[in-house]
Design a protein. Structure first.
Length: 164
């Protein structure tokens, strides 16, 4: 009987481990209702966001992170959560770089060193593109167009190896 309960406990742990959390503990593959149950401030996406990206069914208009206000979009594929996108207009290239550096420190503490990192600074723009991979979650931090900070959490789709 003891072995039976140990087996059941192991099955439960395996089932929980397979539901990879994307952001704030929300598992990949969650329905919109499940996301709202876990994050009550996630509301139905406004019409203009839906018009830009039909996958964004839920949104948080303002979420403070690393000293910046981010807009959060929950992107779904076939009514299942596929990714979470956080966007912030930092106001200037220097502020965007500072926000990105703060986020980089936090992400390194949580996920370790990034898999890839690209940075470019010229007179007009600051470009940062860093990516982490943790279990089956991909985390990508970018500074776009000089002052927009983008942070995306997405499920990594398993690749099929090339067959020779």
């Amino acid at each position: 009987m003891k072995r039976f309960f140990i087996g059941i406990a192991l099955l439960c742990v395996c089932a929980l481990a397979s539901a990879q959390a994307l952001w704030r503990g929300v598992p990949a593959g969650a329905s919109p209702a499940e996301v709202q149950a876990l994050i009550p401030e996630a509301l139905p996406a406004p019409a203009e966001l839906l018009a830009r990206d039909g996958r964004a069914l839920l949104a948080i208009p303002r979420f403070e992170l690393a000293g910046a206000d981010f807009a959060v979009s929950f992107l779904f594929e076939r009514e299942r959560l596929a990714s979470v996108l956080l966007l912030a207009d930092a106001g200037s290239a220097e502020q965007a770089r500072d926000v990105a550096q703060n986020l980089t420190a936090s992400l390194r503490a949580r996920y370790g060193l990034e898999l890839s990192s690209k940075s470019r600074k010229d007179a007009l723009t600051v470009a940062i593109d860093r990516q982490w991979s943790y279990r089956r979650t991909s985390v990508r931090l970018q500074v776009l167009e000089g002052r927009t900070v983008s942070l995306r959490y997405a499920v990594e789709v398993p690749r099929q190896s090339d067959r020779l």
